[in-house]
Design a protein. Structure first.
Length: 189
């Protein structure tokens, strides 16, 4: 069965991908770039999942990859203006274009190495395009082919974005896991 990428419309599937196994645990829930920093730091345990439910009420907060009925991947994608990238000092704006940002790509253990990250990135671009985005940006590490720690690989790699048709658009002052992050952009209009 092939991988299908769809808008993230089911809370339980989002929770499977970015929520904790123990509901009282504090995990990212992919909120760190999506909501203001002070609010993100104030949320703990189940309140983080509740915040994701409220975001979902506003529309899909990203896309999910499915292998049949099983959710196997997640990519966060949203209008940059509605994320912390709107004010991020280390990742500059290139211009005033109302771009969308992709900032987290996750594949479930046991499903890696099957091209799901590529499908997720393509699905995130397609979703943003349907929503009227003129361009999509990502801020991956420029690891020059070196191994990236899996806990830090969520931002993607420059090569992943290049394979999806993104071009290097700028450099940043951000470093993750010892690697510089770059701005990759794909024009849609």
């Amino acid at each position: 069965m092939g991988i299908e990428v769809r808008p993230a419309e089911r809370y339980d599937d989002i929770a499977t991908m970015v929520g904790p196994k123990n509901p009282t645990s504090n995990v990212c829930w992919c909120l760190s770039y999506r909501i203001p920093g002070a609010e993100n730091r104030s949320l703990a345990g189940p309140a983080r999942g509740d915040r994701v439910r409220r975001l979902l009420d506003e529309g899909p907060p990203g896309v999910l990859a499915y292998d049949g009925d099983e959710v196997v991947g997640w990519a966060a994608v949203h209008r940059r203006a509605d994320t912390t990238f709107a004010t991020n000092r280390r990742i500059p704006h290139l211009d005033d274009l109302d771009v969308w940002s992709v900032w987290c790509i996750r594949v479930r253990p046991g499903h890696r190495g099957r091209g799901i990250s590529h499908a997720l990135l393509q699905g995130a671009v397609a979703f943003a395009a349907r929503e009227g985005a003129p361009a999509v940006e990502g801020y991956p590490v420029d690891n020059e082919g070196r191994k990236v720690d899996l806990t830090m690989a969520y931002v993607g790699t420059r090569r992943l974005f290049e394979r999806a048709g993104f071009a290097l658009a700028g450099r940043t002052d951000s470093v993750l896991n010892g690697f510089p992050r770059v701005i990759m952009r794909k024009e849609l209009t």
